[in-house]
Design a protein around this ligand. Structure first.
Ligand code: AMP
Length: 555
């Protein structure tokens, strides 16, 4: 039997694994640890969460770094704040007998000031999310000059989340990096490209089956308030015009009430739950199979054993308590080689539970913005245009009617006809979504920061602000927004300004100074206009990358 001692680890690390009750290295640990501590430079590990990969890179890092040097020597980059915290917690227990080693997590959504202070205290290992790390690099608050080891954890997930440029930026900004260890559950072409560009003949280790679980299912989640669940559900349905799906609720009463409400609002839906007679159940199932119903809403018990082909979406109106149940629900889609989407509507307090499910399902879950009213209308509009263009006019005797039509519409332009057709189809959406609110629950907005460098200048007194003003007023109360777009994205200040104005529908006068860097920019904006701008821009895509916008952080 292989032991941690046999892998050649420092005795104090072996002691820590003993203390943790790890009797035996897992396969990825057994393969990766000896290779990494022997000084192998680059490694690609194909392994999922749950395989013990944190220890597979964490133990070698602790073995290799110089505990006497109080400067960052290793950098672990991972996609989410939760994963950051999890990695640090595990690493803390591995370093139980190495008191001189410090590990720090840096991630967005919390005070950057405190993280900067912690960095100054001297740490050897930094665990970071890409966005916050770049923020720190650009503030010159972190010294990467002596980073020798860079670990990219859940690299495929980081690319999914649009962090590709950020990762390359990080790799380029670690001049002394001589080892890069990349861990990923899957190996898309983009990861191959990154590894080819930034790594030298990496050792490749694969454990388990890559892509276990149903790789045809895209797991998405949407964060909203409990009182907005119904509207969120409706928005998700409206945003997916071709949906053929099952919605799961926890209770019969919910299934029934939602089915009734959606039916009243014009949807082809029925409920399946335990209070129905066998005959009623057969009727509902028959209608769903025949696609008379576009949607079925069901409780878990009632839906047991249902096997319907071609389901495009499963929607969890609420998360199930049990992971098994999640797998059961999501498995209704993505069958027989088809792809499917499993969407979960969650409350912000349920994120922990969601991550637990994610670990068990062993597939990455993507946080997706709840579409805005405008997004829904646009989507419906495009769908309608497609339907219009694809309408089959080869069979009917339409030619007979064309002269009549031509006469009837002689006075009306083509544009006008199209508008009227669209109005007939869209009125319900346009009216419903006219003043639709943002249903997303967002992270607490950051405060303007208080640093004493050039970027803080606009925080000076009113006169300074006035001097620095570049566009319009931003007079009175203003705030500064951070956005992860910069010159790297091909923007100059003028084109960037135009882009922001187009996206947000704001007037130029609402904006103040724009400060552009390679990867990120900072925009001064009237405080009252900031939420509108964030709503319009945050979460949208730019050239396939997810835009992040929030108030620039303070302490
Ligand atoms: P990871 O894939 O790193 O998220 O690890 C999954 C879980 O396995 C974590 O809870 C670890 O604490 C645990 N673990 C890692 N290595 C071992 C081991 N050799 N023996 C037992 N448990 C382990």
């Amino acid at each position: 039997m292989t032991t941690f001692e046999g892998l050649g680890l420092d005795a104090r690390l072996v002691q820590a694994t003993d203390a943790l009750g790890y009797n035996q290295p897992t396969p990825i640990q057994e393969q990766a640890i000896p290779v990494l501590i022997s000084g192998t430079k680059d490694l690609v590990g194909l392994a999922q969460t749950g395989t013990g990969k944190t220890a597979a890179f964490g133990l070698p890092l602790l073995h290799l770094i110089d505990a006497e040097k109080r400067i960052p020597q290793a950098l672990i980059v991972c996609p989410t704040r939760e994963l950051c915290i999890q990695i640090v917690n595990e690493m803390e227990s591995f370093k139980k007998f190495l008191p001189r080693v410090s590990i720090l997590a840096v991630y967005g959504g919390t005070s950057v000031g405190m993280q900067i202070r912690d960095l100054k205290r001297g740490v050897q290992i930094v665990v970071a999310t890409p966005g916050r790390l770049i923020d720190l690099i650009e503030r010159k608050a972190i010294d990467l000059g002596e980073i020798k080891y860079v670990v990219l954890d859940e690299a495929d997930e980081m690319l999914n989340m649009g962090f590709q440029d950020d990762i390359e930026f990080i790799l380029k900004n670690t001049p002394q990096r001589d080892s890069t260890w990349l861990f990923s559950a899957t190996m898309p072409a983009e990861i191959r490209r990154v590894s080819k560009k930034y790594m030298t003949s990496p050792v490749e280790i694969t454990v388990g089956k890559v892509n276990t679980g149903n790789k045809n299912i895209d797991h998405q989640f949407y964060v909203t308030n409990a009182q907005h669940r119904y509207q969120t559900l409706k928005r998700l349905i409206d945003f997916n015009p071709g949906i053929y799906g099952i919605i799961f609720t926890r209770t019969k009463a919910d299934a029934q009430a939602i089915a009734e409400r959606l039916t009243r609002e014009g949807y082809d839906i029925d409920a399946l739950h335990g209070d129905l007679t066998q005959q009623q159940r057969d009727k509902v199932m028959g209608d769903f199979r025949d696609k008379v119903l576009q949607l079925l809403i069901a409780t878990d018990v009632a839906a047991r054993g249902i096997d319907v082909q071609g389901i495009t979406h499963v929607i969890n109106y609420e998360l199930p308590d049990d992971v098994e149940v999640y797998t059961h629900r999501s498995g209704r889609t993505g069958r027989a080689g088809l792809t499917g989407v499993c969407m979960s509507i969650v409350h912000s307090r349920e994120i922990g539970k969601l991550r637990q499910i994610e670990r068990m399902v062993q597939a990455p879950f993507h946080k997706v913005e709840i579409p805005s009213g405008k997004d829904v209308c646009r989507k419906q509009f495009f769908n309608f245009m497609d339907k219009l263009l694809q309408a089959d006019i080869s069979h009917g005797d339409y030619e007979t009617y064309v002269p009549m039509l031509a006469e009837k519409f002689a006075e009306i332009s083509k544009e006008e006809v199209l508008k009227r057709v669209a109005a007939m189809e869209f009125d319900r959406f346009l009216k419903y979504y006219e003043n639709a609110e943002d249903l997303n629950v967002r992270e607490r907005l950051r405060q303007p920061w208080e640093r004493n460098d050039s970027r803080n200048d606009f925080q000076g007194g009113p006169n300074r602000r006035k001097d620095r003003r570049e566009y319009g007023a931003a007079n009175g109360d203003s705030t500064k927004l951070f956005v992860n777009l910069g010159t790297k994205d091909g923007f100059y200040k003028a084109s960037f300004l135009q882009f922001i104005l187009d996206m947000s529908d704001l007037k130029k006068e609402a904006l103040g100074r724009i400060d552009m860097k390679e990867m990120n920019s900072w925009i001064e904006v009237e405080r009252s206009a900031a939420p509108k701008m964030i709503r319009a821009i945050d979460g949208k895509n730019y050239k396939g990358r997810r835009i992040r916008m929030n108030e620039a952080n303070s302490r």
